[in-house]
Write a protein that binds this ligand. Structure first.
Ligand SMILES: [Zn+2]
Ligand SMILES: [Zn+2]
Length: 276
């Protein structure tokens, strides 16, 4: 496929999914469809944060080869391509954060390109496998990479089976598009909006609203400071993915969760001087 054809196909996919969300005007929105949407959002977002991001991109914990495959499948239900591609572009982001080489920096390319448009650029769609050799050595992950749409398509079919067209439109399309934008908001908004508690040399921010929407990823300035930590919240900052990983650790599915140093804290803000 040529670059232009690849860009056009991807644009059609993104526009098509957004348009499909409006088919709810025809299907209606039942409580069961909304429940399916909410449940799938949690599954997909957990796949993104614990799978694509904390495990495959940063190797911030260990697991078995079988559960590694499950994490890849969960992540890919969100339709964000294979784990090799995702880990490649994200590792690139950490190496070049907010420099001209960054694939999605609001500082250098504005909001919309850093949020969504970078995703469909043909030149950003071919992973440099040399950067993800640790993942590419697994044939099952390479196979998933090749058929990257399959987990999302099967999820869409399951939603249709559970709830008919309402299950597909509200359950699958709404959830998937919401997870896309929540994920992309970490690349765009989490480099624009929020507090910089650590001097990381980039524009990453800590943002409680984004942390709730993304199960903990909104503590992005903490993450740029301690990228290999499986925990992104600090102190009392809510990090639901970390809580879920602790549960999985307790039942033995994952282990060796890396953490930021025990001495690391969010710097306290100085109280404002009272001026009279
Ligand atoms: Zn970042
Ligand atoms: Zn990261």
């Amino acid at each position: 496929m040529t670059d232009a054809a690849s860009r056009a196909a991807h644009l059609a996919l993104i526009v098509g999914f957004h348009a499909a969300c409006f088919a709810a005007l025809a299907t209606g929105v039942r409580g069961a469809d909304l429940a399916l949407c909410g449940a799938l959002y949690l599954v997909q977002m957990f796949g993104v944060t614990a799978g694509y991001h904390r495990y495959f991109s940063h190797r911030s914990f260990k697991t078995s080869r079988a559960f590694q495959f499950v994490l890849a499948l969960l992540a890919m239900t969100s339709g964000q391509r294979g784990v090799l591609w995702w880990a490649w572009h994200h590792r690139h982001h950490h190496r070049h954060s907010d420099t001209p080489q960054d694939l999605h920096s609001p500082r250098h390319m504005g909001f919309w390109r850093s949020h969504l448009l970078w995703w469909m650029a043909a030149e950003n769609r071919r992973p440099d496998l040399a950067q993800v050799r640790d993942l590419a050595r697994y044939p099952e992950l390479r196979l998933l990479e090749r058929f990257y749409a399959t987990p999302a398509l099967l999820t869409a079919a399951a939603c249709y089976g559970l709830g008919g067209w309402g299950g597909f439109v509200v359950g699958f399309c709404w959830s998937t598009v919401l997870v896309w934008h929540a994920t992309f908001a970490i690349n765009s908004l989490a480099h624009l909006w929020g507090r910089q508690d650590h001097a990381t040399g980039d524009d990453s921010r800590n943002n409680a609203v984004l942390a709730v929407l993304t199960l903990g990823e909104g503590w992005h300035n903490n993450h740029h400071r301690y990228p290999s930590s499986a925990r992104q919240g600090m102190g009392r900052q809510l990090d639901l993915s970390w809580i879920a990983l602790r549960v999985l650790s307790a039942v033995g599915l994952v282990w060796d969760l890396k953490r930021h140093p025990a001495t690391a804290t969010v710097p306290q803000r100085q109280p404002r001087e009272v001026t009279r």
